[in-house]
Design a protein around this ligand. Structure first.
Ligand code: AMP
Length: 249
């Protein structure tokens, strides 16, 4: 049983995002980048499935600039077996990523593909769903539990107001939610071992995939500044302010 995991390089979740002064996007120069947190959960889940004996090989895929190889190395240090890097300096939107993944999947033929439920930079939450559509595979999105047995995946999904459990025939697409697991840290020996693990390099051109953006970003702006609150002494003062200043009653 082979598991393929998609890992995206994004701005580290601890970094305070700064919008570029020309409002074309966010500042990425000299900013700490890391693996998308939901993708760390995806790698961890694949590792646990292998440890339980439900999987034998874990392949991680990342797409984008040369430094994506660092993200792949992080996954290899966590324990994945090998990596695939689709190198491009072009902007990759979810449809392009889904098409590239579909092409890789045709070759690799994994039984399960695990992605994050969303990338914390574009917040699109589209890639896994588009990939399932392109491949015509079943999908279990926003997973908080995943079991593989008898050629099927049982996925517990986080849905509004509760949990939904779905049974999928394999091969299938799964996207991870926060509660699925807590990712491990890579140990030093494993970081050393990861240096020797193979990373295959491809480009969208040699894969014959058109990655041209379909959407144009018109403008990126900071959220409006919050104004400071005030303390009121009495309920009467509060009601007065709500009437006369806020104008909400
Ligand atoms: P999104 O649809 O952009 O919110 O991303 C959802 C998931 O798709 C991410 O958590 C990753 O697992 C995968 N993904 C998106 N973009 C990339 C990329 N450039 N390289 C690898 N995986 C990606």
């Amino acid at each position: 049983m082979k598991i393929l995991v998609a890992v995206k390089r994004v701005i580290d979740y601890n970094v305070k995002i700064r919008v570029k002064t020309d409002e074309t996007g966010v500042e990425t120069a000299n900013v700490k980048m890391s693996m998308n947190p939901f993708d760390e959960i995806a790698v961890e889940e694949a590792l646990r499935l292998r440890e339980k004996g439900a999987a034998t090989e874990i392949v991680v895929v990342s797409m984008g600039v040369q430094q994506c190889q660092e993200t792949i190395r992080t996954a290899l240090a966590m324990g994945a077996d090998r990596g695939i890097h689709v190198k491009t300096d072009s902007e990759l939107q979810p449809l392009a990523v889904a098409k590239l993944l579909a092409r890789i999947i045709e070759n690799e033929m994994p039984d399960v593909v695990i992605l994050g439920k969303q990338a914390i930079d574009d917040d699109a939450s589209q890639t896994g769903q588009m990939l399932a559509g392109l491949l015509n595979w079943p999908q279990g999105t926003f997973a908080s539990k995943l079991d593989l047995a008898d050629g099927k995946a049982t996925v517990t999904r986080e849905v509004d107001g509760g949990l939904e459990t779905v049974l999928l025939g394999l091969p299938a697409i799964v996207t991870t939610d926060l509660r699925l697991n807590e990712p491990r840290y890579a140990s030093l020996p494993n970081i050393m071992k990861a240096r020797k693990k193979p990373i295959e390099e491809l480009t969208p051109e040699e894969m014959g995939v058109d990655v041209a953006p379909r959407l144009t970003t018109l403008k990126v702006t900071e959220p409006p500044q919050r104004t400071a609150g005030v303390k009121v002494e009495t309920v009467a003062e509060l009601v007065d302010k709500l009437k006369t200043e806020a104008g909400v009653i």
